[in-house]
Design a protein around this ligand. Structure first.
Ligand code: PLP
Length: 407
């Protein structure tokens, strides 16, 4: 029975909305989460009281703005157990963070013949940057064989790691299968051959406690908008020594120490990787989101996301004509499925008419769709404001969709 977190939906103004004459049932949080009032209010308060550019001017508003942004950075550093906030770089999101690692570290340290190990379940954001890096450096990609249920075994990773492996990268949680990957064990394998471990945390950081030290990883990328924060803000965390060794990729204001006509030197971390005016309000809003998540407790959030995903899997797998992808458990937050003979876009449209938001498509994971042998799937994804009632609504909608297309 799902009992946790039932009163939280009231903190999210959008969930009071009616869509097409029905109470909104929002099951698309893996695409982006909704925002609690505390985040919306904090962003508004920032613009109404302290708006100014950071790090540049010496006046009260600029100082308030800088302090607020740096406080947010500190909160995020504690949230993921970074050694210091110098290791926390503001980016636009997971995509930009992963591209930054590929450019900043990969371009500098990879050579022809080196290898990058990754899985076929990766989101395109954790795939194309490595494809492009491999093309630029004449390195090659080696793909981990997935188990039949879509999970990753440490043995399968071991088979792809060689003396030439320089980067191992994996999502901590799959955005399609909801599987939870063995990050700490894989990081250990990577380090045994001197490779770095890069983690796509887009679907894990919102749903479970994150400890980059316990994982023993080198880089972590995640997005603020999937964890109750604003869009356009994300994080690249990296070990300080690796960030120091890597080269900046965005050149311009804020990221320099000294500039003359011919050359320039770089600012200290994290500014070295934050060229240009950052998304100040976004960073501050993300700090408020972290406060909100901490006030609930990430262990409770984790339990809730798992309970909902596992219960939804059980319910959907029992409906005739429904295929659910990935293992029944352990899983978290997302459940991808198909209805026999009905295109996921049609499913999504019937759902929308009932006020239910899901995602339909390839989920930016086309190699995984090929592996599953489907063109696309429907996907329901859950977060802390969802309840057992939403699963009932989902099940009813599936039955209604089947009836509708049978007519
Ligand atoms: C696993 C995973 N990685 C990366 C991304 C990309 O995130 P963003 O679009 O916020 O950069 C997503 C977004 O859906 C995701 O689910």
């Amino acid at each position: 029975m799902i009992t946790s977190l039932v009163d939280i939906a009231g903190d999210f103004p959008i969930l009071k909305r009616q869509v097409n004459g029905h109470r909104l049932t929002y099951l698309d949080s893996a695409a982006t989460s909704q925002k609690p009032s505390i985040v919306i209010d904090r962003v508004r308060e920032y613009y109404e009281t302290s708006n100014a550019n950071v790090l540049r001017s010496v006046h009260t508003l600029a100082e308030e703005s800088t302090v607020a942004m740096e406080e947010a950075r500190e909160k995020i550093a504690r949230f993921i157990h970074a050694n210091s906030s110098r290791e926390v770089i503001f980016t636009r999101g997971t995509t930009e963070s992963l591209n930054t690692v590929a450019r900043a570290w990969g371009d500098k340290f990879l050579e022809a013949g080196d290898e990058i190990v990754l899985s076929p379940m990766e989101h395109h954001s954790n795939l194309i940057p490595w494809q492009q890096l491999a093309k630029r450096t004449k390195a090659s990609l080696r793909y981990i064989d997935l188990n039949r249920d879509g999970t990753v075994s440490v043995d399968a990773v071991k088979q792809q790691i060689t003396g030439r492996t320089r980067i191992v990268t994996l999502s901590a949680v799959s955005n399609v299968l909801g599987t939870i990957n063995p990050i700490a064990a894989v990081a250990k394998l990577a380090h045994e051959v001197g490779a770095i471990m890069v983690v796509d945390g887009a679907q894990s950081v919102p749903h479970q406690p994150t400890d980059v030290q316990n994982w023993g990883i080198d880089f972590l990328a995640f997005s603020g908008h999937k964890m109750l924060g604003p869009t356009g803000i994300g994080i690249l965390w990296g070990k300080e020594a690796l960030l120091e060794a890597a080269d900046p990729v965005i050149f311009g204001g804020e990221m320099i120490a000294y500039v003359d006509r011919e050359d320039a030197t770089w600012a200290e971390l994290p500014a070295k990787f934050e060229g240009g005016t950052p998304h100040i309000a976004g960073a501050i809003g993300l700090g408020a989101a972290v406060d909100y998540l901490n006030s609930i407790g990430m262990s409770r959030v984790e339990e809730h996301s798992r309970e909902l995903a596992e219960e939804a899997y059980r319910r959907l797998a029992n409906i005739s004509g429904v295929t659910v992808y990935g293992p029944p458990y352990p899983r978290t937050s997302v459940v991808a499925f198909n209805l026999s003979g009905i295109h996921p876009h049609d499913v999504s449209q019937v759902f929308d008419a009932r006020g239910i938001a899901i995602r339909a498509g390839h989920h930016c994971a086309q190699p995984l769709m090929h592996w599953l042998d489907v063109g696309s799937t429907a996907r329901a994804s859950f977060y802390l404001y969802n309840s057992a009632q939403d699963i009932e609504t989902l099940v009813d909608a599936i039955e209604a969709t089947k009836r509708y297309f049978k007519r």
